[in-house]
Unconditional design. Structure first.
Lengths: 336, 336
DNA sequence: GTGAAAGCGCTAACAA
DNA sequence: TTGTTAGCGCTTTCAC
């Protein structure tokens, strides 16, 4: 099965070095030689053995991507974007799922399953700031989407606070004053939930609207079911409200479903906005306003930063943080 | 950076063969020797170099998965299932996206990007029966989800015809007689669209309901937008109908949205059923009845078959076909 | 039960 | 411009 450089070299009547040069587009080769070699490659159906090349080069051209679950739309769309970005850099992507479970995330960081990738893009969910030390790994690592301050790795993340403030301000601009926030995590300080909550509060403060803790609903998982549950709780509690800010789109869509069942009209009775810019928000009924965190830019930046880290020979540049721009997308769920 | 077998061997005072034996769980090693070696491995933080091992073994422990797009929920959930199944076999998964575009699919089959995977699980969309010859590749290949008869590769697919028949029969059981079918592909003979249409017709025949071509609507892409568009067309055409069978869930959900906008009640006026068993169907309003094609079983089978093909040394077993079982999931959209 | 040594296919000094 | 050759780190016969 194995057609090697030697076979090609023999057939073409040159040395393996020459074949290698042709394969790797080395500059100084006589056109006739190149043609001969290419013909031989074609005839034999030669394909370079990547393992051998990797062994020699110390690089594989494969990067890892670790996300909680591909069946969550956000991460599926993120993976999509990362794969496209990697393609532009001639890299392929190996995907691992952590389930968002802290223990699995930690295990993955030192697992040998990813050990032959050149680097890792990691979207942690279960790990917290206390685990920052565990991110000090010996291979290139870029954190995506979460912000663990003081960690030893590069971060590529979004303007959570500003974007959440913009979303809330948008609702306030509609004349809403009783804005519920779905998806808070009690006690969290630095995760997306905390940052989005902070943005929400800043917007309220700015508008001089008092903060009402009854309007803030926790949701550990940010799945659709959690949004539905939070809305049930809110309705049951009898807390008056005229708008909902879901800390992600899925929560918001879960809330929308329950609102509709309860006979509340969207946006007339309750305006709803989500966060993430999921494709699905374009097609829901009503279409869902959301904050698009610039997923493609995020992915492209993550890959680029990782490539830089891979290229840099153990140069200990301090970890950097990158922020992508966001866009407020206004749709039916917040139409005037 | 590189801690090698030699380093470990030196520290442990043994030969590299012994270290290799320990790493690979070779049977006959004196416990004291093993302990010494393990201690050395631990102290040095030794990790086997996968490239070297692959070069030696001719296998990498990586399989490829090629799907149209991860941002389509069906393929995201499929990828999820494949990754889990691969994990059980100690394999990691490298994912490529083809966009469902025939040319890209064909290019991928001979691309060197996947050339260091041990095998490929391929979910084609753009390629047709005419391209079957192109599937005769020199590496282990398993086709997933599409059925290209007479092709030279193993297939793992679902009972499209039977499942579509069951879905349609379910609607008929509700007393519906004017059942629209969404997602047909004109001229197709062997793809999912053709098979599901066949199941639909068989169910009608069985029930003695005449087939009305006006009720069959084409949709090239099976996205939500296509389902919405098909429903708009159907309504505009003024064709009476009391049920819809979407050839996938996304089409059905797109149709649901338009029906709701048009003020038709589901399921009272129009019963709707989809196909794929997407997670999302549990949370839509109304929840969507669907056919669950046994995704986990499909994925597990695909990985198992691929593993068998990889293990088999160029033994030319004839290509086989595997079918997974399906389940009819009854939800609000077809409740009596 | 353990060691010595060959070689998997490739790239890159170094030579010519 | 092209050829020779030494490894990259590992597994695996074959001795001992």
């Amino acid at each position: 099965m194995a057609v090697t450089l030697y076979d090609v070299a023999t057939l073409a009547g040159v040395s393996i070095k020459t074949v290698s040069n042709v394969v790797n587009d080395y500059a100084h080769i006589r056109p006739t030689t190149r043609a001969k070699v290419l013909a031989a490659i074609d005839e034999l159906g030669y394909k370079p053995n990547i393992s051998a090349r990797s062994l020699r080069l110390g690089r594989t051209g494969v990067i890892g991507l670790a996300v909680p679950e591909l069946s969550l739309s956000y991460f599926a769309e993120l993976a999509d974007a990362v794969i496209r970005a990697a393609e532009r850099h001639n890299l392929v992507v190996l995907i691992e799922q952590t389930g968002g479970i802290r223990e699995r995330e930690i295990a993955m960081l030192s697992s040998s399953r990813l050990h032959f990738t050149d680097g890792l893009i990691f979207s942690p969910l279960g790990m917290g700031s206390d685990d920052a030390a565990l991110l000090d790994v010996s291979y290139p690592l870029v954190l995506l989407g979460e912000r663990i301050f003081g960690g030893p790795a590069d971060h590529v993340t979004m303007r959570n606070v500003e974007a959440a403030r913009a979303a809330t301000t948008h609702l306030i601009g509609l004349g809403r004053r009783r804005i519920a926030a779905f998806g808070a995590h009690a006690g969290e300080v630095l995760g997306s939930a905390a940052l989005r909550l902070q943005g929400y509060r800043e917007a309220l403060d700015e508008a001089g609207i008092p903060f009402d803790p009854d309007l803030v609903r926790e949701a550990g998982q940010w799945h659709r079911l959690d949004g539905a549950r939070a809305m049930h709780d809110l309705l049951d509690a009898g807390v008056p409200f005229d708008a909902v800010f879901g800390f992600n789109d899925t929560l918001a869509l879960g809330a929308v479903r329950v609102l509709q069942e309860a006979g509340r009209s969207i946006p007339a009775d309750v305006a709803v906005i989500g966060f993430d810019g999921l494709d699905e928000t374009k097609y829901s009924l009503p279409t869902l306003s959301t904050v698009d965190p610039g997923r493609d830019e995020l992915a492209e930046t993550a890959v680029r930063v990782l490539v830089e880290r891979i290229a840099e020979r153990d140069g200990q540049l301090p970890p950097r943080e990158y922020l992508s721009d966001f866009t407020l997308v206004e749709r039916e769920s917040t139409a005037l």
